[in-house]
Design a protein around this ligand. Structure first.
Ligand code: ADP
Ligand code: MG
Ligand code: MG
Length: 255
């Protein structure tokens, strides 16, 4: 039974204006099989939390801990985090010119498992998963995310999720920019991953819309770099009605 524990996490980033604190004491526990929605206004630090878990070098942990099954995640390289069972679907998935999706997936799977998957079964699994995600199989031969539309990139992130079978997945605004049909397809993929592998999910979202398709067990309201309130699914319903105004004293700066 896997558990990701984040304790009193403080994170800064270096800017031209100096050191900027972004996360100010995050506490969060995600167990296998649980879906946690992290909801909050723009600029509250949601993506910073996701990047910090994944090990992005820009984000400096000044205090606090992240552990996966008691192991110190912050001491692990980015690769080691993936091997330990962490997965990040990025808000803005990166393009990897010169690397086909097929090769990328196989390389990632091999790195995570420690041995290459048997070719026949693997090719079949890739093809079947793409079909479930309503991705044309020609996407296997295209370079990772290169020239993909916003929605295609998001499906491709879920393709990776379903094939790499992590223990804990962080999904950063996987819903943003999706039309209703794509949102359903992507949500089905996430739900399948949970059903098939008992995945624990940190579902970062600004909007409640995706929560109609992916039912959270817990909802955390994220404001100014920390969890401001926690509850069950009913908290999302309240946010749908009231927005984030009650948590933010001053109006959000324009971005
Ligand atoms: P969210 O995902 O909730 O919209 P982010 O984590 O993207 O929030 O950003 C939180 C704050 O940190 C914002 O004010 C953003 O401008 C700032 N920030 C994040 N990353 C960087 C960076 N690499 N350099 C400078 N500022 C950053
Ligand atoms: Mg944002
Ligand atoms: Mg973000």
């Amino acid at each position: 039974m896997s558990v990701l524990e984040i304790r009193d996490l403080h994170v800064t980033v270096e800017t031209e204006q100096g050191t900027k604190p972004i996360l100010n004491g995050v506490d969060l526990t995600i167990r296998e099989g649980e879906i946690h929605a992290i909801m909050g206004p723009n600029g509250s630090g949601k993506s910073t939390l996701a990047y910090t878990i994944a090990g992005h070098p820009k984000y400096k942990v000044t205090s606090g801990t992240i552990t996966l099954d008691g192991e110190d995640v912050l001491a692990m390289t980015v690769d080691a985090r993936a091997r330990a069972g962490l997965f990040l679907a990025m808000q803005y998935p990166v393009e990897i010119p010169g690397v086909t999706n097929q090769n990328f997936l196989r390389t990632a799977k091999t790195a995570i498992e420690g041995e290459a998957p048997a070719i026949r079964g693997w090719v079949k699994e890739v093809r079947e998963t793409m079909t479930k995600l309503r991705m044309d199989t020609s996407f296997a031969e295209r370079n990772v995310n290169e020239g993909f539309s916003g929605g295609e990139k998001k499906r491709n992130e879920i393709l990776q999720l379903e094939l790499l079978k992590p223990k804990i997945a962080v999904l950063d605004e996987t819903d943003s920019g999706l039309d209703v049909d794509a949102l359903k397809v992507v949500s089905e993929g996430v739900n399948r991953a949970k059903e098939n592998t008992g995945l624990g999910i940190m579902l970062i979202t600004h909007y409640t819309r995706i929560l109609r398709y992916i039912k959270p067990d817990f909802v955390h309201v994220f404001v100014a770099g920390r969890v401001a309130e926690e509850g069950g699914p009913e908290l999302a319903d309240r946010l749908e009605d009231e927005g984030y105004d009650r948590y933010t004293e001053t109006p959000e700066p324009a971005v």
